[in-house]
Write a protein that binds this ligand. Structure first.
Ligand code: PEP
Length: 244
């Protein structure tokens, strides 16, 4: 059992519509009933749902975040994009950056670094995702990969108080596989040694079953949850089981 302040970040990816938002009512009532538990819930829905969700969550303790943003803080001719100021404008407090699904589409460490800098300037907290592929894990170069992602992604960012790192092994996302407890503890320790004072979340196949093992890792500061966050009951179960 823990009493630690934990983050539970829901990454809805490209799922959800206006109707789906009603399902969050269950989570809202859960948070209202559980004021004594110290945790932070953040929903990162697709961009189309940011504004309606922000209105819905106005009188609650739940925050919202974007799933990515453009590196420029200015308006511009960038079809299909939104920037960090625009996220802020619709009520977002957080933004996920460096997610492996976007790295796989070609986002470089340099680009991610520009996005992080711009988001911090706009007053957002950044959930900075890092993680190794299965091939890199098998080659036993996980720490080297993470070090490279951290040093390039956080280049020139002196004040890290608005950075939260999400360690998401690529092989674990959506696969049902999670790292062994001692491995995860070691990696989180490694990240915290490299970036002093930063909170480190774990992401990858967190669900109401895997949480039983994941919650034992006492240096983890919360979870970034994809698939299981889309069903309110599952999301609530994860939170409940973390504290029980
Ligand atoms: C994610 O993609 O950020 C993630 C954690 O996904 P899942 O929980 O579905 O593995």
């Amino acid at each position: 059992m823990t009493n630690k302040y934990m983050y539970f970040i829901a990454n809805w990816k490209m799922f959800g519509n206006l109707k789906t938002l009603n399902s969050i009512n269950k989570v809202i009532s859960f948070t209202k009933k559980n004021k004594k538990n110290k945790f932070k819930l953040v929903y990162c829905p697709p961009a189309s749902l940011l504004f309606p969700l922000s209105k819905k969550l106005q009188a609650t303790s739940i925050d919202i975040g974007g799933q990515n943003c453009h590196e420029s803080q200015n308006f511009g001719a960038n079809t299909g994009y939104i920037n960090s100021k625009m996220l802020k404008d619709v009520g977002a407090k957080y933004v996920i950056l460096g997610h492996s699904e976007n790295r796989q589409l070609g986002e470089s460490d340099k680009l991610i670094n520009s996005k992080i800098q711009s988001s911090i300037k706009s007053g957002l907290k950044v959930i900075f995702c890092i993680g190794e592929t299965l091939k890199q894990k098998k080659k036993k170069i996980t720490k080297r990969v993470l070090f490279s992602q951290i040093s390039k992604g956080l280049k020139k960012i002196r004040n890290k108080k608005n950075i939260i790192i999400a360690y998401e092994p690529v092989w674990s996302i959506g696969s049902g596989m999670i790292p062994r407890e001692y491995e995860l503890f070691e990696i989180i320790k490694y990240i915290k040694n490299k970036v002093r004072g930063v909170k480190v979340l774990y992401g990858g196949s967190v669900n109401s079953k895997s949480i039983k093992n994941l919650k034992k890792i006492n240096n983890v500061d919360g979870f970034l949850i994809g698939g299981a966050s889309q069903v309110s009951k599952n999301f609530i179960d994860i939170i409940k089981k973390t504290y029980n």
